[in-house]
Design a protein around this ligand. Structure first.
Ligand code: 6PG
Length: 245
């Protein structure tokens, strides 16, 4: 699959442009769709994008009918929402508390539950609510970050089998911190209608070089296996991250 690469001089400009694209695309899609199911990502670069979405909303630069958006998450750290590590908690503080979105449109992963239980509960919600292809849910848009070890969502290098999984979600472990995570599987990610990576900073250079220049070592990187079967893939990067591409 050919990905659309977009490179910006700074992370700030990148996040700004993606926020603009969010408003444009969501409104375009809502012209013939009643609701959109969107999965947000954790991580500091994606958080900058959420900040921009929030700012655009405050400034009323552009409007979205938030009642027509369902927010999900691509992954969650197994901590309660009040923990600074919680992806949902961060999104709430940055974006959700500032937009007019009904509580019933927010489908968080319950990081405070035992991990398997949280994964099963989240899978059941997604299975019930989303349209499916090949028995897997089709998200309208999934946002992803990438780690310098090539992980994406919470699919780490030892979890690449999750791209062949028949499950919607899985429990994984961050190999460095040993923190448990709940993540969408690679199979679910690859069933989305649109997938967007967000990457910034020098620490991502090597991994982005390997993936985009199709170097052999990229096979170790889960992010290299993201390739939507029916959808499109785009990458938003700053010039520090994209320097070696
Ligand atoms: C998470 C993620 C993860 C993250 C990347 C990039 O919950 O940690 O979803 O995949 O997006 O590790 O994170 P940074 O932007 O902070 O480097």
């Amino acid at each position: 699959m050919k990905a659309d690469l977009r490179i910006f001089t700074t992370a700030e400009i990148m996040a700004d442009s993606l926020a603009e694209e969010f408003y444009r695309y969501v409104n375009e899609q809502l012209s013939d769709r009643l609701k959109l199911n969107i999965a947000l990502s954790g991580g500091s670069t994606p958080a900058l994008f959420l900040e921009k979405l929030s700012l655009f909303n405050q400034e009323r630069k552009s409007k979205i009918d938030w009642g027509k958006i369902n927010f999900y998450w691509g992954d969650e750290r197994c901590v309660p929402p009040s923990d600074r590590e919680s992806n949902y908690g961060e999104a709430k503080k940055i974006l959700l508390d500032f937009i007019d979105i009904p509580e019933k449109n927010i489908f968080r992963i319950e990081g405070e539950l035992p991990p398997e239980e949280a994964a099963n509960k989240y899978s059941d919600i997604i299975r019930e609510r989303l349209n499916k292809k090949n028995n897997l849910p089709v998200f309208d848009w999934i946002f992803l970050g990438i780690g310098s070890d090539g992980h994406t969502s919470s699919i780490f290098p030892d979890n690449k089998n999750l791209f062949k999984s028949e499950s919607i979600c899985a429990v994984t472990e961050n190999p460095e911190s040993k923190q448990k995570r709940v993540t969408l599987t690679g199979s679910t990610i690859n069933h989305a209608r649109r997938v967007t990576f967000i990457a910034s900073g020098q620490s991502k250079q090597e991994v982005l070089e390997a993936i985009h220049n199709k170097m052999p070592k990229s096979k170790n990187y889960p992010a290299s296996l993201v390739s939507p079967i029916y959808g499109k893939l785009d990458w938003y990067m700053d010039s520090d991250a994209a320097d070696l591409i």
